[in-house]
Design a protein around this ligand. Structure first.
Ligand code: NAD
Ligand code: MG
Length: 390
C-alpha cells in the first residue's frame, strides 16, 4: 500500500486522480485531501477515497467542513497552516494539483526524503523552478511529471541523456482559436475562450490554452524538469492530441510519448511504481486514427507564446514575473474587465520592466515568491491603466 495526499483534490486533475486511485483500492490509501474553498466537493471526495484528513484552504470554512464530515472520523482542517500540516502527514506520494502560484508553498513543503511529488502545478516550476528542483535533489525527493506533455517527454527521455537531445518538442492542441482570425479572437469573451476542443480542465489553464501561454509555461516547466536549454526545446501544434512530446537525439533516433488525450493516463503513470497500473483503456487503433497532423504555431495570433520563449531564453526574474502578470491578466479577462489581447499587452508590459538591468535571478523559493508578489502588484497597476483607457 502507498499513502497518497492529493493537493487540489476538488479540481480537474484532483478528480482524475481520485478516479485513478479508486481503480486501485488495493494499492493506495489516501492520507489527506486538500481543496481551495468548495467544501461540499471536498467532503464528498474525502468520503469516497476514505481519506484520513480533509483540509480546505479557505480558513472561514472550517465549521462547514466539520459539519459536512460530522458522520465520519476524518480529521478536518482549514487555512494555510492546516494545508501545510496536511502535507506533513506521512505520505509516499503527493499529487500536487493546486491551480496557480498559490500551489507553490504547499508543493515546496511537500518535498521530503524518499517521497514522490507527482507534479501537475506547473506555475510552481515557472516561478521557482531552479530552486525547487535543486531543493528536491538535495532533500532526496523525486519529482515526477503529471502534465501530459511532460509525462510523455519524461518517458521519451528515458532513451538517453538530456545532453544528447537535439530537440525536445512538446505538442499543443492549438486551443479553441487555432483556426480563428486575429479579429475574431480579439473580440472573443472568456466563455468562448474556455471551450477547449480536446481537454476538460480548470478555469485558468483553459484561458492559458487559448492564448498558448500554457505552452510557454510548459516550455519553462520542461527546461527545469529535464535540465534542457532553451535551444533544445520547441513547440509544434498537433490538433489530434495523440503525440504529446517528441525527443530527437544526436544520433538521429527519435523517441516520442503517445497516448489518448486523457489526463488519467499520465496520472496513472506518475502513480505507478514497480509496475505500471492497469487502467481500463482500449488500445489505440492507429489504422482508424490513420493520420497525425502537425503545424507551426502562429506567434502573430498567439503572441504570448513568443513572449514566453523570450522569457525562457532570458531567465533571471522574468519567468516568475511573467507568470505573476499572467495570473492577474487571466483573472481580469475571466472577470470580463479586459479583452483577449490585453492579456498579452499586460504581461509584456510587466516583463519589459523586469527585462531591464538590476533585478537578479531568484536564489531561493522565497526569493521567487518575492518577485511573484512584486510583479503581481505591478500587473495590478498596469491593469488599472488599461481599465482607465477603456
Ligand atoms: P482546477 O481549477 O480545476 O483545480 C484547482 C484545485 O486547486 C482545486 O481543488 C482548488 O480548490 C484548489 N485550490 C485553489 N486555490 C487553492 C489554495 N490557495 N490552496 C489550496 N487549494 C487550492 O485546476 P486544474 O485544471 O485541476 O489544474 C491544476 C494544476 O494542474 C494547474 O497548475 C494546471 O496548470 C495543472 N495542469 C492541469 C491540467 C488539466 O488537464 N486540468 C493538465 C496539466 C496541468
Ligand atoms: Mg499540458
Amino acid at each position: 500500500m502507498r499513502k497518497i495526499t492529493i493537493l487540489g483534490a476538488t479540481g480537474s486533475i484532483g478528480r482524475s486522480t481520485v478516479d485513478v486511485v479508486s481503480e486501485h483500492p488495493d494499492k493506495f490509501e489516501v492520507e489527506a485531501v486538500v481543496g481551495g474553498s468548495n467544501v461540499e466537493t471536498l467532503a464528498e471526495t474525502a468520503k469516497r477515497v476514505k481519506a484520513r484528513c480533509a483540509v480546505v484552504a479557505d480558513a472561514t470554512k472550517l465549521a462547514d467542513l466539520k459539519e459536512a464530515l460530522s458522520d465520519t472520523d476524518i480529521d478536518c482542517g482549514a487555512g494555510e497552516k492546516a494545508v501545510l500540516e496536511a502535507v506533513d502527514r506521512p505520505a509516499d506520494v503527493i499529487l500536487a494539483a493546486i491551480a496557480g502560484t498559490a500551489g507553490l508553498a504547499p508543493t515546496y513543503a511537500s518535498l521530503k526524503k524518499g517521497r514522490r511529488i507527482a507534479l501537475a502545478n506547473k506555475e510552481s516550476l515557472v516561478c521557482a523552478g531552479q530552486s525547487f528542483m535543486k531543493a528536491a535533489a538535495a532533500i532526496g525527493a523525486e519529482v515526477f511529471a503529471v502534465d501530459s506533455e511532460h509525462n510523455a517527454l519524461q518517458q521519451a527521455l528515458m532513451a538517453g541523456q538530456s545532453q544528447d537531445v537535439t530537440i525536445a518538442t512538446i505538442t499543443a492542441s492549438g486551443g479553441p482559436f487555432r483556426t480563428w482570425s486575429r479579429e475574431d479572437i480579439a473580440a472573443a469573451p472568456a466563455e468562448v475562450a474556455s471551450r477547449h476542443p480536446v481537454w476538460a480542465m480548470g478555469a485558468k489553464i483553459l484561458i492559458d490554452s487559448a492564448t498558448l501561454m500554457n505552452k510557454g509555461l510548459e516550455l519553462i516547466e520542461a527546461s527545469h524538469l529535464f535540465d534542457l536549454r532553451a535551444d533544445q526545446l520547441d513547440v509544434v501544434v498537433h490538433p489530434d492530441a495523440i503525440v504529446h512530446a517528441i525527443a530527437q537525439w544526436r544520433d538521429g533516433a527519435v523517441t516520442a510519448g503517445l497516448a489518448a488525450p486523457d489526463m488519467r493516463i499520465p496520472i496513472a503513470n506518475a502513480l505507478g511504481f514497480e509496475r505500471r497500473l492497469k487502467m481500463p483503456y482500449p488500445v489505440l487503433d492507429f489504422v482508424k486514427i490513420s493520420r497525425l497532423n502537425f503545424e507551426a504555431p502562429d506567434e502573430e495570433r498567439f503572441p504570448c507564446l513568443k513572449l514566453a520563449k523570450a522569457v525562457l531564453r532570458a531567465g533571471g526574474p522574468l519567468p516568475a514575473a511573467m507568470n505573476a502578470a499572467n495570473e492577474v491578466a487571466v483573472a481580469a479577462y475571466m472577470g470580463g474587465q479586459i479583452k483577449f489581447y490585453d492579456i498579452y499587452t499586460l504581461v509584456a508590459a510587466v516583463c519589459s520592466v523586469y527585462a531591464g538591468e538590476g533585478v537578479r535571478a531568484p536564489a531561493s523559493v522565497e526569493d521567487a515568491l518575492a518577485i511573484h508578489n512584486d510583479a503581481t502588484k505591478m500587473a495590478q497597476e498596469h491593469l488599472e491603466l488599461i481599465l482607465a483607457k477603456h
